[in-house]
Design a protein around this ligand. Structure first.
Ligand code: HDE
Length: 685
């Protein structure tokens, strides 16, 4: 991963250089007020006598406290909890035939990007690993202006028309009378919405699947969701859907693990991204496009403008056109990640919209929301939001204006400034909207072509492996189990019977509902690309807990080197922090004590051999829970010699052991293979 584009990843992009102008390092500097006045003291307010009242003239105290009092801004109405990083994007080959977007023309063009990943429902301080959709928003700082691809990690959405977004969000957010539950869809109002708005059904299938529990932001797909338009130099258009494909493959956590992580490490996903970038394991995603020529708009048995439908990859292949690498963490969370403002309407020439009614509404909402969140119309001047392209227009003033526009002219047309700033004709790079022909009556209606709510939900179900199906059923049962109103539970079961009779019957078991009358499936279609079982399997950057104590057997260092060479991260977990020594030689630094670590923080476990090592580990009884939990979460587990005694079972799917005299190299290889496979579902737990 690291070697590709290593030249570019170490170089500062134009955006980095621009940000540098606003970046301040306080290290070693004098302390001043905001007026630049050096201050002599910063711990005591100015008082009339040491035990007397604070004086009104204490400008230093007033400034410090006033600023503090106003440090918070409203969190995002949705996607409040997020985490971002800088990087760059390069196209593999020119896309000139399809779009005139300049950043997609030349493989040598390096476009700076900032990506913000997020959960949707929870507040800014909620846990990372809740069951939820993840936002995947990318700002490309192109030389033609900012282009924002504001997507999610699921390719469809809960509703078809933006008009319903406030209703949907009100239903999924904590209930207004008591603000419970936080960052959960497992409550009455969400499921009441689903039961009464069947357009949500396809997306709910995704939300109940393991896609809603990503192992890492680095192992998650991204989707533009809507159908956009590519327009080339000649004005020819293609409908286009955007995809991000993570180089590490798409992988998830298991439900029980996510619940525990929410307490043990609520920052699990953001910490993972931060640490990966800090250690040079730069996350990479390939940009994929599905394209349909304009003349084929009506060739499909679904409406290609319906955001609750995918274009099955087997029907419209995903063409990988470039790669994004995230290679720099932020300097300041607030200034960068919190203040970044995305907008699906930030487009560049060659990329245009379609009449998808969800997209159309988004084009209004994103600027509007920034006005209250970021306090006025000048948020585009914040360093993180500034384009690298020059900005010249007649907009002036407003809250927090930073630009000093010279001269008397702030209107168009004008004679004084030679009628500048001047519009730029399309052929010279000015944005021209696609001249789509539109006609119709004014109506508040939904097209009939949007009315099939079940076929693709059924295709999703049909495409899952049995393990994934079971996880979906369990998710429904968990969520509906939290729904207090029994009639809502029943309604949901009856609605999902329209997707698949077996699915609804299985959900119905154990939640006190009457099994559905309906059997059969809304569709027999299958799309293998939808199953995470068919994803890329690499051991890279997986974290292995190495359980070892003093007297660990001599095989351990050999195996550790082998794992590290395969790109696996190994961290020693022992009874106590400090240094542990090997049976005959060597020493290792302990990274975590058993008290402070849990198996949910790791992808796999390796138990060292050595009688002394094992008995030292057993001095902390938690060690057995540690291994058992990893076993129950289907994680790869390896053990050397006496280490096998700590395992709940010495054999099984994803269990690798080595006894004295065994070939260590092939032991290591088997373990690496087991790590790459991620989870071992055939194990009986
Ligand atoms: Fe958003 N969405 N959304 N959304 N959305 C926001 O904008 C909205 C939708 C998405 O990291 C808000 O700046 C409407 C689909 C992401 O800063 C707000 C509708 C998709 C982010 C808003 C949708 C998204 C947002 C809240 C229905 C996937 C976080 C704060 C028409 C394609 C961006 C903000 C970040 C954020 C409105 C539906 C993705 C209120 C009205 C579909 C990733 O403007």
């Amino acid at each position: 991963m690291k070697d590709s584009n290593s030249n570019n990843s170490s170089k500062k992009t134009i955006k980095d250089q621009q940000l540098d102008q606003f970046t301040v390092d306080n290290d070693g500097k004098d302390l001043t007020t905001n007026q630049g006045l050096r201050v002599s003291e910063d711990e005591h307010s100015l008082k009339a006598g040491v035990r007397g009242p604070t004086l009104m003239e204490d400008f230093h105290f007033r400034e410090k406290m006033t600023h503090f009092d106003h440090e918070r801004i409203p969190e995002r109405i949705v996607h409040a909890r997020g985490f971002g990083a800088h990087g760059f994007f390069q196209v593999y080959e020119s896309m000139k035939a399809f779009t005139r977007a300049k950043f997609l023309q030349d493989p040598s063009t390096v476009t700076p990007v900032f990506v913000r990943f997020s959960t949707v429902a929870g507040s800014r301080g909620s846990a990372d690993t809740v069951r939820d959709v993840r936002g995947f928003a990318t700002k490309f700082y192109t030389e033609e202006g900012n282009y924002d691809l504001v997507g999610n990690n699921m390719p469809v959405f809960f509703i078809q028309d933006a008009m319903k977004f406030p209703d949907f969000v009100h239903a999924v957010k904590p209930e207004p009378h008591n603000e419970i539950p936080q960052a959960q869809s497992a409550h009455d109002t969400f499921w009441d919405f689903v039961a009464n708005n069947t357009e949500s059904v396809h997306m709910v299938m995704w939300a109940m699947s393991d896609r809603a529990l990503p192992r890492s932001y680095r192992m998650m797909e991204g989707f533009g969701v809507h159908t956009f338009r590519f327009v080339n130099e000649q004005g020819r258009a293609h409908f286009v859907k955007f995809h991000w494909k993570p180089v590490l493959g798409t992988h998830s956590l298991v439900w029980d693990e996510t619940q525990k992580l929410a307490g043990k490490d609520p920052d699990f996903n953001r910490r993972d991204l931060w640490e990966a970038i800090e250690s040079g394991n730069y996350p990479e995603y390939e940009l994929g496009v599905q394209m349909i020529p304009e003349e084929d708009e009506f060739r499909f048995d679904f409406d290609i403008l319906d955001p609750t439908k995918i274009w099955p990859e087997e029907l419209v292949p995903v063409r990988l056109i470039g790669k994004m690498t995230l290679n720099r963490n932020t300097n300041n969370f607030f200034a960068e990640t919190e203040q970044i403002a995305f907008h699906p309407g930030h487009v560049v020439p060659g990329i245009d919209f379609t009449n998808d009614p969800l997209l159309q509404g988004r084009l209004f909402s994103y600027t509007d929301t920034q006005l209250s969140r970021l306090g006025g119309p000048n948020f585009h001047e914040f360093p993180i939001n500034r384009p690298i392209a020059p900005v010249h227009n007649n907009q002036r003033d407003g809250m927090h204006r930073m630009t000093i526009n010279k001269g008397p002219v702030s209107y168009h047309k004008n004679g004084i400034a030679g009628n500048t700033p001047a519009p730029v004709p399309g052929e010279y790079g000015g944005y021209e909207h696609y001249t789509e022909k539109v006609e119709g009556r004014k109506v508040r209606e939904r097209s009939d072509s949007f009315k099939d709510h079940f076929s693709q939900a059924s295709m999703f179900w049909n495409s899952m492996s049995e393990v994934e199906k079971q996880h979906i059923v369990s998710a429904f049962q968990f969520e509906l189990g939290k729904v207090q109103r029994k009639e809502i539970r029943q309604q949901v079961v009856d609605v999902f019977a329209n997707v698949d009779g077996e699915l609804a019957t299985r959900i119905s078991e154990g939640i006190g509902t009457i099994p559905p009358q309906k059997s059969g499936s809304a569709s027999s279609l299958v799309s293998p690309a939808l199953s995470m079982m068919n994803t890329v399997k690499l051991p890279l950057t997986r974290k292995v807990a190495v359980l070892a104590g003093n007297g660990y057997s001599d095989e351990l260092p050999f195996v550790l080197t082998q794992l590290q060479q395969a790109g696996v991260i190994t961290e020693i977990v022992s009874a106590k922090l400090g240094i542990i020594r090997g049976k005959t030689s060597g020493e290792l630094e302990v990274k975590h004590s058993l008290l402070g670590a849990d198996s949910v923080l790791f992808d796999a476990v390796l138990v060292a051999g050595g009688t002394l090592s094992v008995s030292e580990l057993l001095s902390e009884p938690k060690v057995l829970d540690f291994v058992r939990e990893a076993y129950q979460h289907y994680k790869p587990i390896a053990a050397i010699d006496e280490g096998v005694n700590l395992l709940p079972s010495a054999s099984g799917d994803g269990i690798v052991t080595a006894r004295e005299g065994d070939d260590l190299k092939s032991f290591g290889q088997s373990f690496i293979g087991a790590i790459a496979a991620h989870r071992h579902w055939l194990r009986t737990v």
